[in-house]
Design a binder for this molecule. Structure first.
Ligand SMILES: [Zn+2]
Length: 128
């Protein structure tokens, strides 16, 4: 069974307009009433991620906020409605999470895409 690994999140990342710091915080609320699991403060260039979230969810929230920073640093956020921004942040964060933390080493594993008949799994190395 595939078990992704999640190293500690970085304390600082460098994005287009400069460094962004990361802090853990105690997210208020609960899962039933809704919680803000992370946020980004543009004025201080600080990303906060809920301290008590599961490692995979902390990584997902972190990447989501990083995409918010990238959209703001580039000015693209001015062109996007809030729901569209959130959808883009979720989509890119999910892709980053899978790309950076999918550490399966065994290509013959039953978890490998080829074994599951995933789209594109039958393409050969030439791209044909
Ligand atoms: Zn968001």
């Amino acid at each position: 069974m595939w078990t992704p690994t999640f190293p500690p999140l970085p304390q600082v990342v460098t994005l287009p307009r400069g460094p962004v710091r990361l802090e853990d915080f105690d997210a208020p609320g609960d899962m039933e009433t809704g919680r803000r699991m992370g946020d980004y403060d543009e004025s201080t260039r600080l990303i906060r991620v809920a301290r008590d979230a599961e490692p995979h969810y902390r990584a997902l929230v972190f990447y989501h906020e990083v995409v918010h920073v990238a959209l703001q640093d580039s000015g693209l956020h001015n062109l996007l409605k809030p729901k569209m921004q959130e959808a883009i942040c979720d989509a890119v964060a999910t892709a980053l999470l899978r790309m950076l933390h999918d550490d399966r080493q065994d290509p013959d594993s039953s978890d490998a895409p080829e074994a599951q008949g995933a789209p594109g799994a039958d393409a050969d190395a030439t791209g044909a």
